[in-house]
Design a protein around this ligand. Structure first.
Ligand code: PGA
Length: 264
């Protein structure tokens, strides 16, 4: 696991975009796993800037988003469909038929729908690079505490903490969805490479538990310790509670020196 600590959230966005852009240039048909939320916004802004300034080409790439609120139609401004289109897809040359986001429509058979999402990921060749944020409770995607570490895409009930954290995105008085469709932790762990972003003091405790705590379904992100190619890209505030910060900095320097291909 690489832990990369940047001075500011802006630098986290720039570094994340650099990694995505390099991966895309190396493999134009890359399959990306994408995330929503405040944290990856800086990365999307940088990728849009790179698309405009260097013609970074997304036209052959495929994407699968992590999750969507249950009951929100794609044109609902609070839906993750809307977020992705307004903050990213509408401003780059992603091919609409290669974009996949779980559909939050109410339906009868969620299991069949979620199995189909899993099949689509598999049929695309699997996710090459998965982008993640992390919740204050350690969730990745909407895998709330006590999610099975082997879970696949499914309907998930949101904790009250997550509902309150996300209230800021909804108009005052609006009802917040109580469930979501989310990739599972098993789905995420199948990605070839994982890049998880965290910024701000409010994430420091979750980041420390994920990196230095025991693997536990109480902190979904701790499951990333099982994956052979994970980079935590975090700012100083989010790194605040880590006990081995100096060691992580040294690991990064030595990785760049001896195995630079691991940090493209
Ligand atoms: P945030 O959400 O980026 O808006 O903080 C992260 C998450 O809950 O996964």
């Amino acid at each position: 696991m690489l832990v990369v600590i940047k001075e500011s959230s802006k630098q986290v966005g720039q570094e994340a975009a650099r990694i995505v852009a390099n991966s895309l240039r190396a493999n134009p048909k890359i399959v990306l796993g994408l995330a929503t939320g405040s944290t990856p916004l800086g990365m999307y802004e940088e990728l849009i800037a790179l698309h405009k300034s260097t013609a970074l080409d997304f036209s052959h790439a495929t994407s699968f988003n992590l999750d969507e609120y249950l009951g929100l139609a794609p044109d609902n401004p609070q839906s993750f469909h809307y977020f992705m289109h307004s903050n990213f897809f509408s401003q780059v040359n992603f091919s609409p038929d290669k974009i996949h986001i779980p559909d939050g429509a109410f339906r009868k058979d969620y299991s069949a729908y979620c199995d189909e999402y899993e099949r689509a990921i598999k049929n695309s060749g699997g996710i090459d690079l998965q982008i993640l944020g992390i919740g204050r409770n350690g969730h990745i995607g909407f895998n709330e505490p006590n999610s099975s570490l082997a879970s696949r895409t499914r309907l998930k009930e949101l904790t009250q903490e997550t509902i309150e954290d996300n209230r800021r995105f909804f108009p005052q008085g609006a009802e917040i969805p109580e469930c979501a469709i989310t990739m599972g932790i098993g789905t995420i762990l199948d990605a070839r490479r994982i890049l998880i972003l965290a910024t701000g003091k409010s994430k420091a405790a979750a980041v420390a538990k994920a990196i230095e705590g025991p693997i536990s379904s109480s902190v979904s992100a701790s499951a990333l310790q099982l994956h052979p190619d994970v980079t935590f890209l975090i700012d100083e505030d989010a790194a605040y509670a880590l006990t081995q910060r100096d060691y992580y900095r040294r690991v990064l320097e030595l990785t760049k020196k001896y195995t630079p291909e691991k940090f493209q």
